[in-house]
Ligand binder design. Structure first.
Ligand code: PXL
Length: 275
């Protein structure tokens, strides 16, 4: 059985980070070990959330795992809260990266802005994780922050290509950008392979809503698909379709929650598509 480890926070309620990575990756038939980097009462789009840092647990967990000789098919990182956590994650890549795909979701920003609590110097620290990563999958905002580039809402293919090349130049083997739209009503993911230069793109219906946690759902599904042997472009397309299905099911529910999507109800769809 394949085994991965996901390193990110656990927002106790809020349908993001580990509370989506664990169920989605498990449902895809992959063992999902976790390194919880912090416990929050909710994700940070709520008001008044609590936060308990778990950085001090990260190195002892790694030390024990090394002693036990564990290895992983992939290391999947998401939301991280500090420079020190990024440094420890780099140590995980070093200690457990042999034979593991390294997949980095630099979850830290959206819609042109960093999430609450991040200082402007954090994105360049997060960018250190790209060096040697098999895949980095930021949204457009995160990519701009990683590269220290101005975020633009109106852009063309040349701008998107420049961003993908910038991410590859930071050392990622593949780069994928989400939330890209060249056409009214269509939203998608574009990616580039550093080795072959191959460019791929995949678009879905652009539902006129924005829900929290969809980036984490998309990344988790992409990680599961890649570890199950799909090519990067196919995995990205599958993850995009799954995310859209999650949003559709959420909108179909009267009184749906604002803070996250009904990803649980779309798991049968995901598994059907994996066949
Ligand atoms: O979904 C990204 C995410 C993960 N973890 C925490 C967050 C967010 C986004 O706001 O606040 C704690």
């Amino acid at each position: 059985m394949k085994r991965i480890v996901s390193i990110q926070d656990i927002s106790a309620l809020g349908k993001c980070s580990l509370t989506v990575a664990l169920p989605i990756i498990s449902a895809m038939g992959i063992e999902c070990a976790v390194v919880p980097t912090a416990v929050l009462s909710t994700h940070t789009q709520f008001k008044g959330w609590t936060f308990h840092d778990l950085t001090d647990e990260m190195e002892p967990i790694a030390a024990h795992w090394k002693q036990e000789g564990f290895n992983f098919d992939a290391i999947y990182t998401g939301y991280l809260g500090s420079f020190r956590q990024v440094d420890i994650v780099k140590q995980y890549f070093h200690d457990f990266g042999d034979g593991a795909k390294i997949i980095v979701d630099p979850a830290m920003a959206d819609n042109g802005r960093l999430y609450a609590g991040f200082t402007p110097d954090f994105p360049l620290k997060m960018a250190e994780l790209l060096d040697g990563a098999d895949l980095v999958l930021p949204n457009l905002t995160e990519a701009c922050f990683l590269l220290g580039k101005e975020y633009r809402e109106d852009y063309n293919r040349a701008y998107i290509t420049e961003i993908l090349e910038g991410l590859l130049a930071r050392g990622a083997k593949n780069a994928a950008l989400t939330g890209v739209s060249f056409e009214q009503g269509r939203l998608g993911v574009v990616s580039m392979c550093g080795k072959t230069g191959a460019f791929s793109e995949y678009y879905t219906e652009h539902l006129p809503v924005s829900f929290h946690g969809t980036g984490d759902i998309y990344s988790s599904a992409a990680v599961g698909a890649i570890v199950n042997g799909m090519s990067v472009p196919d995995a990205l397309a599958l993850a995009a379709d799954y995310t859209v299905e999650c949003i559709r099911l959420t909108l179909a529910e009267k009184d749906h929650s604002w803070y996250g999507v009904n990803f649980e109800q779309a798991i049968p769809y995901l598994l059907e598509r994996m066949k």
